[in-house]
Structure formats: C-alpha cells, structure tokens
Design a protein around this ligand. Structure first.
Ligand code: CA2
Length: 142
C-alpha cells in the first residue's frame, strides 16, 4: 500500500510560530511520526509539502500515474480557496482524507468553507498531529 501525505502552504513552519493554535511539534517531527507509523504498518508513504498551489495539483496528478492508493491531505489555507485542488482530487478519483491540525470549525468564518471536502471520504479536524495517523488508519481500513 502506497500513500501520499500532502501538506500545503506554511505547514513547514509548524512548531516555529503560533504554538497556541498548531502546537509546538515541528514539521520534521510530524514526518518522523508518520514515517515510523507507516513502517510499523508496512506501508509506503511519500510525504510532500509545498507553498504553491500548482505544485500540489502536480503532486495529486503524479499520485494517479504512480498508482498511489490514497491521499492524506492538509491543504492549509488553500482549503478555503482552491477549486483547482478540488478539481485535481475529482480528476484522479483517489480516496482522500482531509486533515486539519486546528479545529477550523471554531475559528474565523473564512475557515468554515472547505472546497476540497466534497472530494474527500472523511475529514479529521482539530485532532492535532494525531489527525494524520487517524487519516492513515481510515485509508488502511478501506
Ligand atoms: O489547522 C490546519 O491544519 C490548517 O489547515 C492550517 C492552515 C490554515 O490556513 C487552515 O485554516 C487550517 C495554516 C497552516 C499554517 O501553519 C502555520 C504553522 C506555524 C506557524 C504559522 C502557520
């Protein structure tokens, strides 16, 4: 089983700013957590972060051509703006789980809309870094 773990803009800044919202763990420690869980479960993970919308679209398309089995996706702020990411997910038809570290439902109005949600099989919101593990489990159980 091969999964793509995709993170959008500014998530590489985890642990460096706004720990009250996103916690104090760094992006590197998130990758460690995901990779050790994947090793334990015997799955292959490709972890990719970009600040650029087009690079995220490219990566979603690449997942299709590389026969990836599913996507764990935290699109960061593009969640609330990007029709291009929604279209990419619809185009590849891969099972995708949306993840948000913070509880976006309790934050600003502009964070209440997720453009990608209609193309996702589940959304994990406000469970911190553990949310990524829960998302992997959902894909594993399919
Ligand atoms: O809660 C989440 O995971 C978000 O996807 C994070 C995005 C935000 O725009 C979404 O509404 C919710 C922001 C990621 C930025 O991460 C930072 C990390 C450290 C310091 C500053 C930003």
């Amino acid at each position: 089983m091969k999964l793509l773990i995709l993170n959008g803009p500014n998530l590489n800044m985890l642990g460096l700013r706004e720990p009250q919202i996103y916690g104090s763990a760094t992006y590197a420690s998130l990758l460690d957590k995901i990779k050790s869980y994947a090793l334990d479960k015997g799955i292959e993970v490709d972890c990719f972060q970009s600040n650029h919308e087009g690079a995220l679209v490219d990566k979603i398309q690449e997942a299709y051509f590389n026969n990836v089995d599913g996507i764990v996706f935290n699109p960061g702020a593009y969640t609330h703006t990007s029709i291009a990411l929604l279209d990419a997910l619809k185009a590849v038809q891969l099972p995708c789980v949306e993840v948000h570290i913070s509880d976006v439902s309790a934050r600003e109005d502009f964070r209440q809309q997720s453009y990608i949600r209609p193309a996702c099989i589940a959304s994990i919101i406000g469970h911190g870094l553990e949310g990524y593990i829960e998302a992997i489990d959902i894909l594993l159980k399919r």
